[in-house]
Design a protein around this ligand. Sequence first.
Ligand SMILES: Cc1ncc(COP(=O)(O)O)c(C=O)c1O
Length: 465
Amino acid sequence: MTDQFPGPKTRQALERGVPLFRNGLRFDEELEKAGRRGFRTANQIVIDHVEGDFIWDLDGRRYIDFQNGWATNPIGNAHPEILEVVDAAHRRYGFHYDHPLRYDLAEMLAQIMPNKALPRFNYEVSGTEAAEAAVHLALTHTKRRYIITFSSAYHGMGLGTKQLNGLDGEMTRYLEAWTGGVIKAPYPYSDQSPAGMSQEQYVDYCLWYLDNHIPGCIAPRNNIAGILVEPGLAEGGNWIPPTNLLKGIREICDKNDWLMISDEVLTGLGRTGKMWGIEHYDVIPDILVVGKNLSGGIVPCAGIASKDEILGDTDGFLSGSTFAGTPAGCAAGIKTLEIYERDKVVEHAAKLGELAAEAMRQWEQYDIVRQVRGNGLLLGVSFESPDPAEKNWWYARSVRNRMLNHGVWAISDREDTIRMYPALNMDEKTLLKGLDIMHEAIRYVNEHGQVEGDSPAWPTGVAGF
Ligand SMILES: Cc1ncc(COP(=O)(O)O)c(C=O)c1O
């Protein structure tokens, strides 16, 4: 164990990435830049081993895991029962497409879909592919050209999904020739409304934009295939949508004969304390996108669920991927759902969500905290600089640095938010301990300012990540 952070072994490993990985050539420049600001990179941990709610880095430091493999380990790290079935599936089936587990898992998923209304399933490898398949399905089913998505949305990193994302214009630079067919709509953020609008007015405006501005000014009503929405804008900052937004979207889709697609890659399978995020809003989508948690934290498994009349007879070329619905991926999904039922994992997540909300409410007393928010275990805190000359995200990064120094790993990527994704079955004490450490980090940065100053700077966004 070492006091230096990142410790020498971790640092050495990160430096090994310099000649190997993306942006290694920017290493010196980024190091200098980060040093000036006093930050360290978003990616500074190289994992030595994991167990349950904890990870250890190469230098032997232990962290409470709020990062959760980017919200992909629903029942903790390397769950032994998942490992066992994955190993058994590998030994029994090797890799082949035509194995019985894909039927078993699809039957289980049909049973847990909202209102059992989406009985058909189409396997994909990743959330990215699944989101793209959902859009392709909607376009081919409706024989229309346009899809509506939202600001701050994140649907993946394929050529198609990069167009659907609403995160950063830079993501589609040089991809301008590929951008046809996606219409971006404003999302009503809960912590800031334009022009002095109330939250309700902002939501009304966003719904008005969908139903009036887009058909009036951007694309003909009858050439729009549907609206793609996350019931919790996850990567974009863990924004929790108000009920009337999702209900309004459903009504607009019904009225216009558009399809509603719920991207539940991150919110799905218990993350929000219900099986599906959309269930908080009492609406049923036409297509639901699944990923992440279905892997049981071990082997990728993703796909889309939809209605008979949409997915039962489609001209869409959906999954063509060799590795869609692998035996091991399906085995992991099946065992994950069995454990959910046996251990009442979703109910546990809902209870943890309440505890987290109670703990986090106290943080709004700090000047640098703009908002705390959560739905189940989809948890976020956005930060704001008390000084307009300084950037908000510097504060988020500083708090996260201090959390790392004190043994909690959470996500603060390129945003002014810290996002936390504890495992759904995390032990109560571990959750509260992690939140306590985070509280202390917020208090410290609130008092001392954005630069932590007590530990060496480390570059951002370089050497392999
Ligand atoms: C809502 C949503 N959709 C799609 C994706 C892409 O999934 P993957 O990274 O598995 O391709 C993500 C990933 O974070 C996501 O949060």
